[in-house]
Design a binder for this molecule. Structure first.
Ligand code: PGA
Length: 253
């Protein structure tokens, strides 16, 4: 059985104080929210400046066994002269378990290419953390019938340096559905997740969870979660409010 993960990607939102307010409310809302922590887990990806606050709440809520966290990015080295970067080793030291790699905003705004992402993914796995590796096509690529080609390239290049047997999670996020309110149709999600799963099978990675991301809300989480090969969600905008995120966690189980 592949575990279902509901992940919150806060992007560059929330101060440490706002993070504290969120988790104070979350502590109440999350009671009995996850029905079976062996089957479902919740992950928070706060901005780097809120990792410390998140780590404090993660220890306080450890009894729920359904609270994990990590950073939205990291570098390919643990430390050194790399101004502005985040260290996976430090994230691990704080109790973090996951690192997002290759989010489309990192690929497009910060120009991160497949080769660099492969190195980051390898470093995260070598550090004992779980990379959540994001792939997705743009609208032009989808309309040009290039979705499969783009995803296969991103998957094979991004995973080319993977560590055999190490932790791995995937997220499919069609770029045109991120923050736009446009959700991929159930058919598009089913077809694309099946494609990703079949590529993972070829690489002996059949047990990898594949999350869907792109305008996930409480009202579409239920139908999307019933699609085969959809093992949870990576949620941006709707994860910023504790109530709406709690509704998504409830709907996804
Ligand atoms: P969204 O973002 O839910 O706001 O579309 C998803 C993401 O970018 O991870």
């Amino acid at each position: 059985m592949i575990k279902t993960w509901i992940a919150a990607n806060w992007k560059l939102n929330k101060t440490p104080r706002e993070t504290d307010t969120f988790f104070t409310e979350w502590s109440v809302l999350s009671k009995n929210l996850v029905k079976d922590s062996k089957k479902t887990g919740v992950i928070f990806f706060p901005p780097a400046t809120s990792l410390e606050t998140t780590s404090r709440f993660a220890s306080a809520l450890a009894h729920t066994e359904a609270f994990s966290f990590g950073s939205q990015n990291c570098y390919t080295e643990a430390s050194g002269a790399f101004t502005g970067e985040v260290s996976a080793t430090v994230v691990k030291d704080m109790g973090g378990e996951f690192i997002l790699i290759g989010h489309s905003e990192r690929r497009t705004i910060f120009n991160e290419r497949d080769g660099l992402l492969a190195q980051k993914l390898q470093f995260v796995q070598k550090s004992g953390l779980c990379p959540m590796f994001c792939v997705g096509e743009t609208l032009i690529e989808r309309e040009g019938n290039k979705t499969a080609e783009v995803l296969i390239r991103q998957i094979h290049e991004g995973l080319s340096l993977r560590v055999p047997g190490a932790h791995l999670a995937m997220a499919y996020e069609p770029v045109w559905a991120i923050g736009t309110g446009k959700v991929a149709s159930l058919e598009q999600v089913a077809e694309t997740h099946a494609l990703i799963q079949s590529e993972l099978v070829k690489m002996d990675l059949a047990a990898t969870p594949i999350l869907y991301g792109g305008s996930v809300k409480a009202d579409n989480a239920g139908p999307l979660s019933k699609i085969p090969n959809v093992n949870g969600f990576l949620v941006g905008g709707a994860s910023l409010d504790p109530k709406s995120f709690a509704q998504i966690v409830a709907a996804a189980q």
